[in-house]
Design a binder for this molecule. Structure first.
Ligand code: SF4
Length: 462
């Protein structure tokens, strides 16, 4: 997962972009970067860590220019290295260009193989860099045409912002896996992965881009093209369940309200006799409130989260994940002692994090812990931009529900049904639900093989 932000023609472009990526920090915490356009030249500043760590006021002041794009990154393709941080900027025969990307190309390995065979020298190992190589080699004469020519060869999930001498070109993939919005600040066009980031910078006229839509923003105009029409929308429903900010809105539906309804349905599907409903903060808060509302069991935030540690699921290594659970969550003993507890979270991936959290509650004196999850068991990997692990590591792929319950140490365990999850959003058919049912909207064909090729070519596969 990543977050992208861009703004054109504003005298405070870098500062507003910083605020925008700060508002998208939950989508990626490994690296942050901003690139600005000035007199046809692009300058980028990048660093590892949170946006606020990377961008001191001195560093922001270096970014002079009235058009900017920014990025926060979590590596779904390519290693966690500074050389893979974005924006990626290059100079081509068609001019300078910078790009930020949220998503994952399912044919990245095939594109990499073709480019390497044709003599391309690749700097990093992210799929985004390959898009730049493709546009640099495009026979199209203008940058805008070359971008679309390059993207015609890409398959999978991509929301991209390109910074070039004319302004910003924004594109959302034909299935609309990942979100992308535009609006305006002081009359200047801006873009962001989530509506909440546009709210944060004071944008007005906020609209969601359509799947397959291209928006070209120049200092004097904003033009929308339906570039790849006619493919059914398959928005990642996991954005509602886990990833997006509660104050974001997708398809006109509030994330917070959808999560609340998931919790209400969960209470009806998996009732429990308990004294308290406790959320795993922050991801389980709204579902826990919904569970409490529907069940009548009091809501009690009896796990305190330190806000100085990142989200566990998007920490790249198991070691970092394990230690950050203990650093991140503290149980309130006085609230938990002798109580029967419903513990609500959004998902269980490997099971190790939930095992630790149940252990924390029991150690703090909870008599029983009934775990309730606001989505179905996660059995399949994501190839569209969320770094779910190999299916072998997904606990629901290896164990029955009863065995998972025993593994995490819970007294009972219930998952929201797929129907319940979809109906809690709006009951529509515009979602990707492949994590749970393996119904991949863009065929994977030899994706596994392609990924192995990519890993081998970067020396990471053993
Ligand atoms: S596979 Fe899962 S995480 Fe990936 S896009 Fe589909 S629903 Fe979202």
């Amino acid at each position: 997962m990543c977050g992208v932000f861009g703004i054109i023609g504003h005298p405070r472009a870098a500062q507003i972009t910083f605020m925008g990526i700060h508002g998208l920090q939950h989508r990626g915490q490994e690296s942050a970067g901003i690139a600005v356009l000035r007199d046809g030249q692009i300058r980028a500043e990048l660093g590892m860590g949170h946006a606020a760590e990377v961008f001191t006021s001195e560093r922001l002041a270096l970014l002079e220019g009235d058009t900017a794009i920014g990025h926060v990154r979590y590596s779904t393709a390519g290693s966690s290295l500074l050389r893979n941080a974005q924006p990626i900027t290059v100079t081509t025969g068609k001019g300078s260009v910078g790009v930020v990307h949220n998503g994952n190309l399912v044919n990245a390995a095939e594109l990499r193989r073709r480019l390497v065979d044709a003599g391309a020298i690749l700097q990093g190992n992210s799929d985004t860099e390959m898009i730049l190589h493709l546009l640099a080699r495009s026979p199209c004469l203008t940058m805008g045409d070359a971008i679309l020519d390059a993207l015609a060869q890409a398959r999978g999930a991509y929301c991209l912002l390109f910074l070039y001498d004319k302004g910003i070109l924004a594109v959302r993939d034909p299935q609309g896996f990942r979100p992308l919005f535009f609006g305006s600040v002081d009359g200047k066009a801006c873009f962001a992965s989530e509506s909440a980031a546009l709210d944060l910078v004071g944008a007005t006229g906020i609209q969601e881009m359509e799947p397959g839509e291209v928006v070209i923003a120049t200092p004097g105009s904003v033009e929308s093209i339906q570039w790849r029409p006619g493919e059914p929308k398959r928005f990642c429903i996991f954005e509602f369940v886990y990833f997006a900010r509660p104050d974001s809105v997708f398809g006109g539906i509030s994330v917070a309200q959808a999560c609340h309804r998931m919790g209400e349905t969960l209470a009806r599907e998996w009732p429990a006799a308990a004294d308290l409903v406790v959320p795993v903060p922050d991801s389980g808060i709204f579902a826990a409130m919904g569970y409490s509302h529907a069940s009548g069991i009091p809501y009690m935030p009896a796990l305190i989260r330190s806000h100085y540690v990142g989200r566990t699921f998007i920490q790249p290594s198991q070691h970092k994940r394990s230690s950050s659970v203990r650093l991140k969550l503290a149980p309130v003993r006085s609230l938990l002692e002798g109580k029967d507890v419903v513990l609500v979270d959004d998902s269980i991936v490997r099971g190790t994090t939930m095992q630790q959290i149940v252990g924390l509650l029991k150690h703090a004196g909870a008599r029983t812990v009934h775990v309730r999850i606001s989505c179905p068991p996660t059995k399949h990997s994501c190839y569209y931009g969320i770094d779910t692990p190999d299916p072998k590591e997904l606990i629901a792929n290896n164990m029955t529900i009863d065995r998972i319950r025993d593994f995490i140490g819970a007294d009972s365990l219930g998952y929201l049904s797929k129907r319940g999850m979809i109906d809690a959003v709006d009951g529509g058919s515009w979602f990707c639900t492949a994590c749970w049912d393996g119904d991949y909207p863009v065929p994977l064909e030899d994706t596994r093989q392609q990924q192995l090729f990519a890993l081998k070519s970067e020396g990471r596969h053993e």
